[in-house]
Design a protein around this ligand. Structure first.
Ligand SMILES: *Cc1c(COP(=O)(O)O)cnc(C)c1O
Length: 385
């Protein structure tokens, strides 16, 4: 079937994310929320910002949420608020989006790259201790693709070496981590600070840029607020050199609407993932995403590993059928020119070395129709038959 025929059949084409259809579905509520900001015209730090922060805090189960301008700022502000200094080292996973390592490097610190687990794609806790030096001051765990990194051993190492623990939760808001004793906590609420992004494609997303930090520690919350607001402890009293990073009032109003639907959005992605899993389980040359025993998965991405060097051929085949797919991520951080000479690695990283050639993420979002999922399944199966 051609893309055009398919477009006729589904009324629209399959996309990696479909922001427009979701907007149309929520239009009356979203439009009203935006209109109320316009009516009040409190465009900076309007009441919607604190209202959303309070609702998000209640949803994830922490006392303090500090909104900011985006998910990268959130990491940078967290590092600054925790008192890290130029010259310090920070442990980061080698296979992830660049933001964590970038924020570390921007502050004159050294990102130390650690290999990831081959099944969950998150930082391998067994590899962390070896990467710790006298300069190490923090670990950034990234909850990649929708599930939590293994936080319990990470917290244990953090405690042992007196390291701050930051969770980059841009992709996994709503995931739950379960400790060995059965205690469960939401992603982003486990370490000293959790950071997140509301970029339009993320699980909780606005219509522009946005981000937030969350913590259970009152002192840290105060410091996050100070750093995000020009280092001000009170108006025109600048305690430290900070930055200017705010969540826009219009975006906060949009997020407050979307937050009400986050559980149903998550359930929808989980049900699509279950369909994919069932359909691909017998395909020898595919590894479907594994759900760790300690975490739920909210499927920000549904990321396959394609064996025998067939990833690019599968991607091209799907493209011919009008099915988009993405390679998250085509290069490890070690291979990013920006970090050359700035990042340090301790060990050989066999998993990180291989993943960029194997991974392929299929469309998984709240607006996929059943026929679209079936169509994608059929063509993935056809490729391997
Ligand atoms: C998107 C993302 C970020 C950055 O968020 P922005 O809001 O785009 O700055 C950071 N970390 C991860 C893992 C992300 O996916």
């Amino acid at each position: 079937m051609s893309t055009r025929q398919m477009a006729i059949m589904f009324d629209e084409s399959i996309q990696m994310v479909d922001l427009h259809t979701q907007y149309r579905r929520l239009k009356s509520e979203i439009d009203a929320a935006i209109q109320s900001v316009l009516n009040q015209s409190a465009f900076i730090n309007g009441p919607q910002v604190q209202a959303f922060a309070d609702h998000l805090a209640a949803y994830v189960g922490v006392p303090y949420v500090v909104p900011c301008a985006n998910g990268t700022d959130a990491i940078q502000i967290a590092l600054m608020a925790l008192g890290l200094q130029a010259g310090d080292e920070v442990i980061v996973p080698a296979f992830t989006y660049i933001a964590a390592a970038e924020a570390v490097a921007l502050l004159g610190m050294t990102p130390v790259l650690v290999d990831v687990d081959p099944y969950t794609f998150t930082i391998n806790p067994d590899k962390i201790e070896h990467a710790i030096s006298r300069q190490t001051k923090a670990i950034i765990a990234v909850h990649l693709f929708g599930q939590c990194a293994d936080m319990e051993p990470i917290l244990r190492i953090g405690k042992k070496y007196n390291l701050a623990v930051i969770e980059d939760n841009a992709q996994s808001i709503g995931a739950t981590y379960t400790f060995r004793n059965g205690v469960a906590k939401q992603s982003g609420t486990i370490g000293d600070v959790g950071t997140t992004s509301f970029f339009p494609s993320k699980p909780l997303a606005c219509y522009g840029d946005g981000g937030a930090m969350m913590t259970s520690d009152e002192q840290i919350a105060r410091q996050l607020k100070i750093v995000a607001s020009h280092g001000q402890s009170s108006k025109y009293q600048h305690q430290v050199v900070g930055c200017n990073s705010r969540l826009d009032t219009i975006q906060a109003a949009i997020l407050d609407v979307k937050l009400k639907y986050i559980s149903s959005f998550t359930r929808k992605r989980i049900s699509i993932a279950a369909e994919y899993d069932r359909a691909f389980v017998d395909i020898e040359e595919l590894v479907t995403p594994q759900v760790a025993s300690f975490s739920t998965h909210v499927y920000h991405q549904y990321t396959l590993q394609v064996k025998n060097g067939k990833r690019d051929a599968l991607k091209e085949y799907l493209k011919q059928k009008g099915i988009p797919s993405m390679v998250y991520y085509p290069a490890s951080l070690e291979r990013q020119p920006a970090l050359r000479g700035l990042a340090r690695k301790v060990d050989h990283m066999p998993v990180t070395l291989q993943l960029p050639d194997k991974v392929l993420s299929l469309p998984i979002h709240t607006e996929l129709k059943e026929e679209m999922v079936e169509y994608m399944i059929e063509h993935v199966r056809n490729f391997f038959s």
